[in-house]
Design a protein around this ligand. Structure first.
Ligand SMILES: Cc1ncc(COP(=O)(O)O)c(C=O)c1O
Length: 359
């Protein structure tokens, strides 16, 4: 068996240790004679998986009893619609900070339900930077302030939560969930598709503050899309296998040392990689340096021809999925929690070699 260095932006690399457990348990889950996939979502085993995953998230994020944790379907894209459907009433305004394609998609959906105010957009600068608080022109009294904490396509990331003038933050954390500490008290909703930092695709973690949900009293919301439906119980059949894997990833995450461990590891990985990019002008980082992401590192080479060759030779050397998003081109190395330091070392060694040969 040969595993490569996988820099996929998502679905992304999973911890090998977790995949080994999944392999071992696939046919016979904990001596029950069936896989976890073949069990009722109301049965003892799956109920334990669901409860464990929620307990782990509660511990990791330092939640008290003040948040509901839900495992939903439809990806982060469904949350673009579900958040305003639940929280934004006619005549109300929500603020949406526009830092890229995913923010824009969220804005488009929110406009179906209420007023949207955009306190900042750097679209004219190709989404290369994250605003500091002085650049945010918030509305008078927003229902919530929505932001995309990490912009997977452009390699930019909020270095801290944006100001919100007391309004709850709603965060699309799909591509940096559990990669660093957050100021949980400021959040009303956090949502994240699992397929980057948390597990396989198919499940979206949605964390909603209870007191905020108590203020969501809109009528006419279809049952399945109403957060109240999922807040206290498993309503319908969840993606059981995906949640099972999320639970294993969370177990691995805690055993490794939790957020402080991964924060440090992510710092080490990005120091190496950005250090390599910045060491001369052969490689050029595309995000402004004060906005650089610790999850998706985006850069260009002197020509598209060299970029094609870089990708080809990286592949021949066991490094895959380094092609930048189709809308921006160039190179993107996605180095989520499960990407080991060794993979980043292999990449920076290759980058040096490639520059020496072609620079
Ligand atoms: C930041 C961010 N938000 C939303 C999405 C869309 O997620 P999904 O495909 O789970 O709907 C992505 C996908 O890459 C993303 O990176």
């Amino acid at each position: 068996m040969k595993r490569v260095h996988n820099f996929s932006a998502g679905p992304a690399a999973l911890p090998t240790e977790v995949l080994e457990i999944v392999k071992d348990e696939l046919l016979d889950y904990q001596k029950t004679g069936t896989s976890i996939m073949e069990k009722s979502h109301r049965g003892k085993e799956y109920s334990e998986v669901d409860a464990q995953a929620k307990e782990r998230l509660t511990r990791i994020l330092g939640l008290k009893d003040d948040f509901h944790i839900m495992f939903l379907q439809g990806g982060a894209s469904a949350q673009f619609m579900q958040v305003p459907m639940n929280f934004l009433g006619e005549g109300e305004t929500a603020d949406y900070i526009n830092t890229g394609v995913w923010s824009k998609k969220a804005i488009k959906e929110a406009k179906l339900f209420g007023n949207v105010h955009v306190p900042f957009s750097d679209e004219s600068e190709q989404f290369s930077h994250i605003p500091d608080d002085s650049e945010l022109q918030l509305s008078e009294n927003p229902r919530y302030v929505h932001f995309t904490s990490n912009n997977t396509i452009y390699g930019t990331q909020f270095q801290a939560e944006p100001k919100s003038n007391g309004a709850p933050l709603v965060c699309d954390a799909s591509s940096d969930f559990l990669s660093r500490e957050i100021d949980i008290d400021r959040y009303g909703v956090i949502y994240a598709g699992a397929q980057k930092n948390l597990g396989p695709s198919g499940v979206t973690v949605v964390i909603v503050r209870k007191d905020l949900l108590n203020t969501a009293d809109k009528t006419g919301i279809p049952t399945i899309l109403d957060y109240h439906t999922h807040a206290e119980r498993i309503f319908n059949t969840p993606p059981t296998f995906a949640v099972y894997m999320v639970n294993l990833v969370l177990q691995w995450f805690e055993e490794k040392g939790g957020i402080s461990y991964f924060k440090k590891l992510n710092d080490q990985k990005t120091e190496l990689l950005y250090g390599s990019i910045d060491s001369d002008d052969f490689y050029r980082g595309t995000a402004r340096s004060d906005s650089r992401s610790k999850m998706n590192v985006t850069f260009r080479l002197p020509s598209e021809e060299l970029e094609s060759r870089f990708l080809k030779e990286a592949g021949e050397n066991g490094m895959v999925a380094l092609k930048g998003h189709r809308s921006v081109g160039g190179i993107r190395a996605s180095i989520y929690n499960a990407c080991p330091l060794g993979s980043v070392k292999a990449l920076t060694d290759f980058m040096k070699h490639f520059r020496d040969k072609n620079g």
